[in-house]
Write a protein that binds this ligand. Structure first.
Ligand SMILES: *[C@@H]1O[C@H](CO)[C@@H](O)[C@H](O)[C@H]1NC(C)=O
Ligand SMILES: *[C@@H]1O[C@H](CO)[C@@H](O)[C@H](O)[C@H]1NC(C)=O
Ligand SMILES: *[C@@H]1O[C@H](CO)[C@@H](O)[C@H](O)[C@H]1NC(C)=O
Ligand SMILES: CC(=O)N[C@H]1CO[C@H](CO)[C@@H](O)[C@@H]1O
Ligand SMILES: CC(=O)N[C@H]1CO[C@H](CO)[C@@H](O)[C@@H]1O
Length: 372
C-alpha cells in the first residue's frame, strides 16, 4: 500500500472540512480510495456524519506539543493535508499570528516524512478577507479594491490578511511540499461550527423575525440589491480541493472557486423568504440603510429561546454570526464576482446553480437540526 492516499483534513467539523472529507470518501473520488483522518479542536458534534471520516482526531493546533503528540505518530502515514481550519481572533493581526502558527505547527509535526508525495491544500479568500481586514483595521469602508471579475494573478492588496500569511507559510516549505490554494467567495454549506456561515446567520435572523413578528429586512445597499454577486457551494469547493490534490498541473497554483453563476441579492432574498417562510420586503432605503448588526446586538437571548423551544443543536448566536462582515459585504460598491477561467483552463469544471445550492443547504441545516 505504498501509494495509498491518506488525507488529514484539519478543521473537519467546519462546513468546508465536512465536504472535503465526504468528497474524499466518495467511491468515485479521484486519487482514491482515500483513508481520511478528520481533525478538529473539539469533540465530534452530534450531527456530524461519522461515515465522512475513517478516524476522528482532536488536537489544538495552536499548541505545538498537543499537535505533535497527535500527528507525529501518523507522520509516515499521511500523504495529503487539507487545511480547512480557521480560528477567528480579535482582529486581523491576531488571526495572522494564530493561523500561521496553527498551520506551521501541523506542518512541523508532519515534517519528518514530508516528501514528494505530500501535499498541503488550503482555501483562501483574498478579496473577502481584504475587505474584512480593512474593516477590522480602520472600521470603515473605502479600501483599495481591484476591478471585478477578480482573477488569480491580481496583486495582493495592502491590508493585513491572514490568508496571505498562510500562503507564505506554505510557500516557505515549497522545496519539500506541493500545494494548491483555493479561493472561495461567500461559502454556503452546513455546520454549527463555522463562524462565517452566511446561511445560518440569515436563517437565525429570519427565525428571530418570525418569533418577534418583525419584518425580514435587507441590510445591504441598493448597489448589492441590484448588482451581481457569486457564491461557493462547499460541494464545489471540496471537489476542487480533491481535483487540485491529484492533478499535477495544479501543483503550486492558486484557483478561485465559485459556483460559476451570478445572482442579485434581490432575487436571492426572494428564495430565502420562500425557504424561511417569511414575507418578502422590498428594499426601502429612503431613510437610510437597515442596520442588522445593531438589530442583532441583544438578540442572543431570543435565539437561545428558539433553540430551547425547537430543540435545536445548542449554538450561540455569537458562535455563528458573522453579521458585521456580511453586512459590510452587502454594502459594498463593487460586484463580488470572481473569474473561474483559470480553473477551466486547468481542467476543473465543477459548478453549481446558486439558487439550488441555497435551497439544498437550508434543507440540510434543517435535517441537521441546526435551524428550525
Ligand atoms: C512542550 O514539550 C517540551 C518537551 O517535552 C517541553 O519542554 C515544553 O515545556 C512543552 N511546552 C508546553 C507549552 O507545554
Ligand atoms: C514530536 O513527537 C515525536 C514523537 O512523539 C518526537 O519524537 C519529537 O521529538 C517531537 N518533536 C518535537 C519538536 O518536540
Ligand atoms: C480570485 O482571485 C483574485 C486574485 O487573487 C482575488 O483577488 C479574488 O479575491 C479571488 N476571488 C475570490 C472570491 O476570492
Ligand atoms: C505573516 C505572519 O504574520 N506570520 C507570523 C505567523 O506566526 C508566526 C508565529 O507566531 C510569526 O512568527 C509570524 O510572523
Ligand atoms: C476576464 C478575466 O478575469 N480573465 C482572466 C482569466 O484568468 C486569467 C488567469 O488567471 C487572467 O489573467 C485573466 O485576466
Amino acid at each position: 500500500m505504498a501509494n495509498a492516499s491518506v488525507a488529514l483534513v484539519v478543521g473537519v467539523t467546519g462546513m468546508a472540512g465536512i465536504n472535503i472529507a465526504q468528497a474524499l470518501k466518495s467511491p468515485t473520488a479521484q486519487g482514491g480510495p482515500w483513508t481520511v483522518y478528520g481533525a478538529a479542536r473539539r469533540a465530534m458534534p452530534t450531527w456530524f456524519p461519522s461515515s465522512a471520516v475513517d478516524h476522528f482526531i482532536t488536537f489544538d493546533a495552536v499548541d505545538f506539543n498537543d499537535t505533535n503528540a497527535t500527528l507525529a505518530p501518523l507522520s509516515n502515514h499521511i500523504t495529503h493535508v487539507f487545511w480547512a481550519a480557521i480560528n477567528v481572533g480579535r482582529d486581523q493581526e491576531d488571526n495572522i499570528i494564530t493561523n500561521s502558527t496553527m498551520l506551521t505547527n501541523v506542518i512541523k509535526a508532519l515534517m519528518p516524512i514530508i516528501g514528494p508525495l505530500s501535499y498541503v491544500i488550503f482555501r483562501y479568500k483574498r478579496v473577502l478577507r481584504n475587505i474584512l481586514a480593512h474593516f477590522n483595521f480602520l472600521g470603515q469602508p473605502g479600501a483599495a479594491q481591484h476591478e471585478p471579475p477578480f482573477h488569480e494573478d491580481m496583486a495582493r492588496l495592502p491590508h493585513p490578511n491572514f490568508y496571505h500569511a498562510l500562503e507564505d507559510v506554505v510557500k516557505s516549505y515549497a522545496s519539500d511540499i506541493r500545494y494548491t490554494i483555493h479561493r472561495p467567495s461567500i461559502i454556503v454549506g452546513a455546520s454549527s461550527r463555522s463562524v462565517y456561515n452566511a446561511l445560518v446567520m440569515l436563517a437565525a435572523y429570519a427565525e428571530i423575525c418570525k418569533y418577534q413578528n418583525a419584518p425580514f429586512r435587507f441590510f445591504g445597499n441598493r448597489y448589492t440589491w441590484e448588482h451581481f454577486s457569486d457564491m461557493t457551494d462547499t460541494r464545489v469547493l471540496a471537489e476542487q480541493h480533491v481535483w487540485g490534490a491529484v492533478n499535477k498541473k495544479a501543483n503550486n497554483q492558486a484557483f478561485n472557486c465559485t459556483n460559476g453563476d451570478v445572482f442579485t441579492w434581490k432575487k436571492m432574498r426572494g428564495v430565502l423568504c420562500e425557504e424561511f417562510g417569511v414575507e418578502f420586503v422590498p428594499l426601502d432605503d429612503k431613510d437610510g440603510l437597515f442596520d442588522l448588526v445593531d438589530e442583532m446586538k441583544d438578540k442572543g437571548k431570543v435565539w437561545n429561546q428558539i433553540v430551547e423551544e425547537k430543540g435545536l443543536v445548542k449554538m450561540k448566536l455569537e458562535e455563528i454570526a458573522c453579521f458585521i462582515g456580511f453586512q459590510y459585504l452587502m454594502r459594498s460598491d463593487f460586484q463580488l464576482v470572481s473569474s473561474m477561467n483559470k480553473s477551466k483552463e486547468f481542467g476543473f469544471f465543477g459548478y453549481a446553480d446558486s439558487i439550488k445550492s441555497v435551497r439544498f443547504w437550508i434543507g440540510k441545516l434543517r435535517e441537521m437540526n441546526i435551524i428550525p
